[in-house]
Design a protein around this ligand. Structure first.
Ligand code: 5CU
Length: 378
């Protein structure tokens, strides 16, 4: 999917460094990594539905019915990440820790845990100079001074280009005024915030049949994108984008459903009596559309040209960046060392939405990431 003159960059690609794997192995409640008798690989169990399956488990279940997903070499091995990149002709990857990051770590441990994990990411990048950069992880449960010190630490790491952030923020969401100083510090240091979901929607919305019958489809396909949509809508309504005008956010999964629903959000704002009475719908208001074009970037991890076209229309082809979501969505039953269909679907969506070999397609496949994340700089 690459070419000699135009870099292909994967900005949505996760790694589980050994220290994080050990942390998850030491746990008894989600998120955790557990070994099961007869299973080749340990299992990563992170979603509430998987915890339910784990709780219901009795005896030794068949290895085909284990909860969670297998922790293959794709999760932690740098050699494997580089092989995956080579297989898919990806020149540069901007790696990040996967959900749920350090959201569960005790306040007193969070600062040091973040420091060592970010250092591990920095070391991995140093092993493949020019090919790897990273989004760091913040100790969000730590006291405010530790959290701000962590921003200072990650900005000093050569290959760090931003931070990956979940939607819970300090525990009360991203519209929490207490988070504003952190967002200001990130913006001041030109650290892009890669916003990624984890919590989805409450399990009840999936109905009583979901756990037994529908696998992970509903929380991953619908819960994740709705979570992102809601988090950004709350930030918008709270005025966070105006309070931190230099903040730049890269939204996972093409912004959830934001490109599709921005018009509806706008209409609901303009027709809301409470907002109008409070003077929040005055002439100086920036619309959701403006924020999408001024402060937001979207990844291209949406798997179809239909969703991608909406993302292009909402934010512009100059604000979209290709991603793979590796190591998630491997080919089931296929060769994990070969091409992954999940990757080719995303690359094909870019070609179909923007045209094969066009400037727009090249920008989305890598040019935008190189510019926005300064990937040619040391
Ligand atoms: O398959 C999954 O659970 C996931 C996940 O947890 N995080 C992610 O980014 N993609 C897929």
């Amino acid at each position: 999917i690459g070419s000699p003159t135009h870099s292909v960059v994967d900005i949505h690609t996760h790694m589980y460094p050994p220290a994080y794997v050990q942390l998850l192995e030491s746990r008894n409640s989600i998120p955790l990594i557990r070994k099961f008798a007869g299973a080749k690989e340990p299992r990563l169990i992170i979603l509430p539905a998987e915890a339910e399956s784990l709780d219901k488990m009795t005896g030794s279940p068949e290895t085909s019915h284990l909860p969670g997903r297998p922790v293959t070499t794709h999760y932690s091995s740098l050699k494997q990440k580089l092989h995956f990149m080579d297989t898919h002709k990806i020149d540069i990857s901007v790696i990040s820790l996967a959900n749920p990051w350090l959201d569960f770590v005790a306040p007193e441990d969070a600062g040091e845990t973040a420091k060592s994990i970010n250092q591990e990411f920095s070391n991995m990048c140093a092993e493949a100079p020019g090919r790897l950069f990273f989004f760091a992880t913040l100790p969000l449960t730590a006291p405010p001074e530790t959290l701000l010190a962590a921003v200072g630490h990650v900005r000093s790491l050569k290959s760090c280009r931003g931070v990956i952030l979940g939607t819970s923020g300090l525990g009360r969401g991203l519209d929490d005024p207490a988070l504003v100083p952190v967002l200001r510090a990130l913006a001041a240091n030109r650290l892009t915030v890669f916003l990624h979901p984890h919590y989805g929607l409450p399990s009840e919305v999936w109905g009583p049949r979901a756990t037994e019958e529908y696998g992970h489809v509903l929380p991953l396909a619908l819960g994740f994108p709705m979570e992102t949509t809601i988090a950004v809508a709350r930030m918008y309504l709270a005025g966070v984008f105006d309070q931190v005008p230099d903040l730049r956010m890269l939204l996972a999964h093409s912004g959830g459903t934001l490109p599709f629903l921005a018009g509806r959000i706008e209409s609901c704002v303009v027709h809301d009596g409470h907002l109008v009475r409070e003077g929040k719908v005055g002439a100086g208001r920036r619309t959701v559309w403006q924020v999408l074009r001024e402060q937001v970037y979207l990844d291209a991890v949406v798997y179809s040209e239909v969703g991608l076209k909406a993302a292009v229309d909402a934010s512009g082809a100059d604000r979209l960046m290709f991603g793979t979501d590796h190591p998630f969505f491997p080919p089931l039953g296929g060769d994990e060392q070969g091409e992954w269909e999940s990757v080719t679907w995303n690359a094909e969506a870019v070609r179909k939405a923007l045209g094969d070999g066009t400037d727009g397609a090249r920008a989305v496949m890598g040019g935008n990431a190189v510019e926005v994340l300064r990937l040619r700089e040391d």
